[in-house]
Structures are given as structure tokens and as C-alpha cells.
Design a protein around this ligand. Structure first.
Ligand SMILES: Nc1nc2c(ncn2[C@@H]2O[C@H](COP(=O)(O)OP(=O)(O)OP(=O)(O)O)[C@@H](O)[C@H]2O)c(=O)[nH]1
Ligand SMILES: [Mg+2]
Ligand SMILES: [Zn+2]
Length: 342
């Protein structure tokens, strides 16, 4: 028997596919599919051939609307970046990195910021993100404050929760869907920096009176990103508040160019200085990679055409760590490229 379903969880070689009647099937992917480089993501709509009353084989994957590689999810309608006001402390630069990365990968989908744990501490970041294009929500998974408004945003959408470990992504899901099989960390393991959620999991949300098709995707927390080698113009595009500035010339990267108006805008309070500093650091990271890739060339020619004092005063990133993540990044890219060539 053949059935349509959605991949809701992936564990090692097992794919858990939920059919339209909400039954979960434990599946393998047909070997040929994987050989052809068709990598499957949580969120993919697939066709399975059942082999017993609970098991099956994925024989076909439907075309996807989009996908994000970190965290890996397909058919995403919106991303919600979750941070906490405290435990762990709110870190604006880290949030900017998430936002930039997500925007780079999924430029067209809605992206929200959710600040959790407001029962412990209240923070307000609206002003800083005013022109960034990201809506900010404040919630407490513990007291459920703000969750009604949060749920409103989920209606008829597949929303991915992403953010560092310990901020309460799984707790928010549990607060909305008490029977969901998500694990929540305890304070001591959080303090030790343990990651609690290990797998990406898609959860059906039925909250309050809402009778709609909403899904939340729980993902493992992470903080490592590599911006190395990304397109500089596209990096600027991820900062809407900086991109929208009308500068002295078209295509200005606001990176020390002559006649750039950015400093003036910051002085006038029209641009957030912290957002700009985040952007500069990320841009420098993207540039560094290019310099590495074309070492020979870079001796004679500087990438931006002129040395930037702000960028070059940045702390150096540990070389060994860089090399490792570069290798990983390349493998990931290769995987994605192969997939896209399909
Ligand atoms: N006071 C308070 N504690 C919270 C709140 N939300 C989560 N916590 C606590 O924060 C800790 C981490 O919560 P998790 O939901 O496991 O965090 P996570 O973001 O899923 O972490 P990873 O799975 O490791 O990525 C747990 O001890 C929760 O009880 C909140 O709104 N208020
Ligand atoms: Mg979790
Ligand atoms: Zn400029």
C-alpha cells in the first residue's frame, strides 16, 4: 500500500513519517534515492510504501518549497529565533548572527524573534530592531505569558524554532502541546552547557480553540556558524536596516568606503550602532574566507579594494577551529549542491 506523509523526525537511518491520519510510520529511504544524492529533511513531503502495519519505505519525495540547512528543515513558512532574557544571558551579537544566517539561507520567509523567560527578567529590544524587519515577541514558557499572541503567529504555518541551547525552545513547545514528546533540560545540565534536544522534530500544534494546520519544528541548539566565503552583498541584504540606507553610491557595503554616510546615520540615531557592529564582524568573517581561498591573489589585491581599520582590528579566529569548520562547511555545501543539481 502506498501513502502520502510528512517526515516529522529523522534518527540515524530511520525516517519517521506521519500520514494524514496522524499515524507515524518508521521508514527507511529507498537506497537508490540516497545514492542519487536525494537527501531528505524533516518537513519533506514523501510517498511511502508500507511493508508492515507500522513500517515502510520512502519511495518518493515531493518537490519542496524551500529548505534551510542549519537547522535542516524543508518546507519552512517562517523561522522563529528564540533567545532568553537570562539563563543564558541575552547576547545581541549572537542574535544578529542567527538572524543574518537565517536571512541568508531563507531570504523570502518571515522571521521573528522570540525572547523567552520574561518571568525571570524583562528586556526590551524593539528599538534596536525597529528597522530590521524582524518582529519581536516576548514570552514565558513557564507562566505562559505572551503565548496567546505567539500562537496567533503560527496559524496555518510550519514554523521552525531555532536558537542557542537552554533558551527554552522545547519548553515553549511543551507549554503549547503538553503531550509532545520533547525533552527539556534541567538547570544543572544547562549550566554545564549540555545540549538537550538532539534531533529536529516536527510537532503538530493544536492549541486552544484553533482548528488549523500549524506545525512547530523543535531543533537542537547550536551557536557555531560559518559566514566564511559568503557573498558580501548578500550579507548586507540580510541586514535590512543597513541595506535600506541611501548611501553616497549604489552598492555601498558601508565598510569604510569614502563618502559612506553610515557614521553620520549612527550619530543621528537612525541606525543602531550595535547592529552595525554585528554586521561589520560578520562581513569581516565573510571576507576573510575569500582571502584564504585566494591566498596568492590576495597578496597583490585586497578584497574590498582598501584596507578597513574596523575590520582588521577584530580578534583573530582560532586557525585550527576555522580549518575544521571550513572542511565541514565544504562538505555541507557539496551535499547541498549535489542536491540542487537534481
Ligand atoms: N524561568 C523560566 N525557565 C524556563 C522558561 N523556559 C524554559 N525554562 C527552563 O530553561 C531550561 C532549558 O529549557 P529547554 O526547553 O530544554 O531549552 P532548549 O532551548 O530546548 O535547549 P536545547 O534543546 O539544548 O537546544 C529548562 O530548565 C527550562 O525549565 C521560562 O519561560 N521561564
Ligand atoms: Mg530543546
Ligand atoms: Zn555606505
Amino acid at each position: 500500500m502506498n501513502l502520502d506523509g510528512k517526515i516529522t523526525k529523522i534518527l540515524a537511518n530511520f525516517y519517521y513519517v506521519t500520514d494524514i491520519e496522524n499515524k507515524v510510520w518508521e521508514c527507511f529511504a529507498r537506497a537508490r534515492m540516497l545514492k542519487e544524492g536525494k537527501y531528505l529533511f524533516v518537513g519533506d513531503n514523501v510517498e511511502i510504501e508500507t511493508s508492515s502495519t507500522t513500517q515502510g519505505v520512502i519511495v518518493n519525495a515531493k518537490e519542496r518549497k524551500n529548505k534551510i540547512s542549519k537547522p535542516p528543515v524543508a518546507n519552512v513558512d517562517q523561522i522563529i529565533i528564540v533567545f532568553s532574557s537570562i539563563e543564558p544571558d541575552f547576547d545581541e551579537y549572537n542574535l544578529d548572527r542567527y538572524l543574518s544566517f537565517v536571512r541568508y539561507e531563507l531570504s523570502d520567509e518571515r522571521c521573528l524573534v522570540c525572547i523567552n523567560k520574561i518571568d525571570l527578567k524583562k528586556i526590551k529590544i524593539d528599538k534596536v530592531y525597529e528597522k530590521s524587519g524582524f518582529e519581536i515577541l516576548y514570552v514565558s514558557a513557564l507562566t505562559k505569558e505572551g503565548l496567546d499572541n505567539f500562537v496567533e503567529k503560527l496559524k496555518n504555518k510550519t514554523s521552525v524554532l531555532a536558537g542557542p541551547s537552554g533558551v527554552g525552545k522545547s519548553s515553549i513547545i511543551k507549554a503549547l502541546v503538553p503531550h509532545a514528546s520533547v525533552q527539556i533540560g534541567d538547570l544543572s545540565s544547562i549550566k554545564q552547557g549540555k545540549h538537550i534536544t538532539r534531533n529536529v522534530q516536527l510537532i503538530d500544534i493544536k492549541y486552544g480553540q484553533s482548528n488549523n494546520e500549524s506545525f512547530l519544528v523543535d531543533t537542537p541548539g547550536f551557536t557555531q556558524f560559518s559566514f566564511g566565503g559568503l557573498n558580501l552583498k548578500k550579507v548586507l541584504d540580510t541586514f535590512k536596516d543597513l541595506k535600506d540606507i541611501k548611501c553616497a553610491f549604489y552598492d555601498c557595503l558601508h565598510n569604510g568606503e569614502e563618502d559612506c554616510v553610515i557614521d553620520e546615520m549612527i550619530k543621528k540615531g537612525k541606525v543602531s550602532e550595535s547592529r552595525y557592529n554585528s554586521y561589520l564582524k560578520i562581513l569581516a568573517e565573510a571576507q576573510k574566507e575569500i582571502i584564504y581561498e585566494t591566498k596568492q591573489e590576495s597578496k597583490t589585491k585586497s578584497i574590498s579594494g582598501k584596507k578597513n581599520s574596523k575590520a582588521s582590528s577584530l580578534p583573530k579566529i582560532d586557525q585550527e577551529k576555522r580549518a575544521k569548520s571550513r572542511k565541514k562547511e565544504k562538505q555541507e555545501l557539496l551535499k547541498i549542491q549535489r542536491e540542487e543539481e537534481e
